[in-house]
Design a protein around this ligand. Sequence first.
Ligand code: ADE
Ligand code: ZN
Length: 339
Amino acid sequence: MKRFIEQLPKAELHLHIEGTLEPDFLLEKAKKHRIQLPFHSIAEIQHAYNFSNLQSFLDIYYQGMAVLKDEDDFAELAWRYFQKAHAQGVLHAEIFFDPQAHIERGITISTVLDGLCKAVERAKKELQLSVFLIPCFLRHLSEDSALDTFAQCLKFKQVITGFGLDSSEVGNPPSKFQKVFTQAKQQGFRITAHAGEEGPPSFIEDSLDLLQAERIDHGVRCLEDEKLIKRLVREKIPLTVCPLSNLKLKVVNHLQEHPLKRMLDCGIIASINSDDPAYFGGYIADNFDACATALNLTNKDSALAAKNSFIGSFLDANTKAAYLAKLKSYCDNNEVELG
Ligand code: ADE
Ligand code: ZN
């Protein structure tokens, strides 16, 4: 990997902590909790990670989570991710988790959040990494389930930055979740939503208009709608793009066809993120690196994606400015122009 990319100061804005469950950790936790898995070795697991679309991935992803049962499991999972992110130049991470996928299995939100918060505190102290937590509602479940989950999350308001929307996009439009996001907004939470990954560009617009989303996760299908592109640029809506995820889930057939470079060139605030790195073959800097190769990104392009990651974050203006100053000085030292 290019040294410039690995040490480039960046924020990760699109990362599902359950998607960092590496095969060795999965097997270790299955043994600890005496859980039968359909796989018996790392090779068998890796063989199963051959996806044809989003749903084929989600089926395996929800199955894997069954090994996460106690506070220590969540703390260890997050700590492992924070160490990797830190080693790949991440200064700030806004991480998703799926409370409903755990509640459904009898694991309380308090178990999940106590574990995650333990790791967040350690990351702050030992790695100087700042972390925000963003629970996502599962769009394949009902809005009543999301409303119930939201009510449970309110008890932990002080450690939650915002809410997101993930899982099976096609057939589950943003309009299904208007009520719960209205409540989240009223309570002062930040809002983001997966849209335009497999779903149509209209889901991006509806996420902005009906859910009051401030940024969009994926959003790659926006390029199919010229008017929408203009709106995203004009309203400075950040898109958290995940190139290796898009490749693995066949949103694009080849990385060389990925729209990231076009998005950057037309002025969209696109950042580069890893989504579910244990399943998609790479963490954040691996995504930067793969794009640099496949799309002929210059260091200036990579630096712009890093700049967009801080701009698109939910950090306050002063902290954002401090991170952007760090990025600028890194670029100056490497004689790279920061666009
Ligand atoms: N949950 C985890 N990864 C996801 C993705 N890429 N799209 C939708 N839901 C997800
Ligand atoms: Zn995602």
